[in-house]
Ligand binder design. Structure first.
Ligand code: PBG
Length: 329
């Protein structure tokens, strides 16, 4: 052979499409929403650091989801902003909490839509940490084991409201087991746990904390979220979550962590979800709004990269827009 002619298979759109190994469909995408408990039923407030994203009242969320479902939306991930916060995050597991209300509404209006709930306390605690603190704590040293009970209560209350999948994002040790046990005891043996198995302490979550009003009031999350200099820690978190009974793993953030996605993909058979987090979204949006990049092309390239790395699912704030533009069906 003269030499390798790689160009032979790149010569037309049709041929390139025929040879393409990696695809994305609406069945791979999950859209996050921020729903706020408010008396103003028309409340729709743009999130400054996430252009195109909003805090929505129940009614506004319903309108938004209606359009998105008509465009092919298959799955949502819900975050709640309660009216009142307290040190123990009691609105996270209140029967009539904002997420519980939202789940009931969406289930009734869109029975085919897959509803995933984020299970964490940080949007509900007055101090903004993901679990309980000792009185007087100013470092954010969340108490692990007593937090588990509240997370389990939260997950069960979401399942009772009708959630299809619960997604614990707190990074407490043993939460998957605690949640699995509590769900099973409450009669929800069929409710899957989509665990944020590998969640790094990341500056890419910055815009989200504006959106969810969940920034820690002091300290940071580095005593519970993972250190981004470590790869082996991801393997230990993976084994722990397999053993505790997680059904789907989330790896987060996504773009700077594709080595981690691939490593986990190669080591286990649990379906993976990559979370393209708020900062990743906002960086693309900011460049696009400046006219510096081709937005649609950059979004597709970044998402295909996550699929190539081994993610079945992608949680991305671009979902709604991609479906609306018809870029993904
Ligand atoms: C709650 C939670 C966070 C995100 C998802 N669930 C914030 C955090 O851990 O501080 C981040 C999502 C994003 O940045 O888009 N614990």
């Amino acid at each position: 052979m003269e030499f390798y002619r790689g160009r032979r298979l790149r010569n037309s759109v049709a041929l390139r499409d025929l040879m393409a190994e990696t695809t994305i469909t609406a069945n791979d995408l999950i859209m996050p929403y921020f729903v706020i408990e408010t008396d103003d039923e028309d409340f729709k407030s743009p999130i400054n650091s996430m252009p195109g994203q909003y805090q929505l009242s129940l009614k506004q969320l319903n309108e938004t989801v209606k359009k998105a479902v008509a465009n092919g939306l298959k799955a949502v991930l819900l975050f709640g902003l309660p009216k009142v916060k307290d040190p123990v995050g009691s609105q996270a597991y209140a029967e009539n909490g904002i997420v519980q209300q939202t789940v009931r509404m969406l289930k009734q209006n869109f029975p085919q839509l897959i509803i995933i709930t984020d299970v964490c306390l940080c949007e509900y605690t007055s101090h903004g940490h993901c679990g309980l603190l000792c009185e007087g704590d100013k470092q954010g040293l969340v108490i692990n084991d007593s937090t588990l009970e509240l997370l389990a209560k939260t997950a069960v209350s979401h399942a009772k409201a009708g959630a299809d999948i619960v997604a614990p994002s707190d990074m407490m040790d043993g939460r998957v087991r605690a949640i699995r046990t509590a769900l099973d005891e409450a009669g929800f043996k069929q409710t899957p746990i989509m665990s944020y198995a590998v969640k790094y302490a990341s500056a890419f979550y910055g815009p989200f904390r504006d959106a969810a009003e969940s920034a820690p009031q002091f300290g940071d999350r580095r005593t519970y979220q993972m250190d981004f200099r470590n790869q082996s820690e991801a393997i230990r978190e993976m084994y722990a979550d397999i053993e505790e009974g997680a059904d789907i793993f989330i790896i987060k953030p996504a773009s700077a962590y594709q080595d981690i996605i691939r490593m986990i993909y190669d080591r286990c058979d649990v379906p993976l979800a990559a979370y393209q987090v708020s900062g990743e979204y906002s960086m693309i949006k900011a460049a696009a709004l400046n006219g510096w990049i081709n937005e649609n092309a950059i979004i597709m390239e970044s998402l295909i990269g996550m699929r190539r790395a081994g993610a079945k699912l992608i949680i991305t704030y671009f979902t709604e827009e991609l479906l609306e533009k018809g870029l993904i069906k």
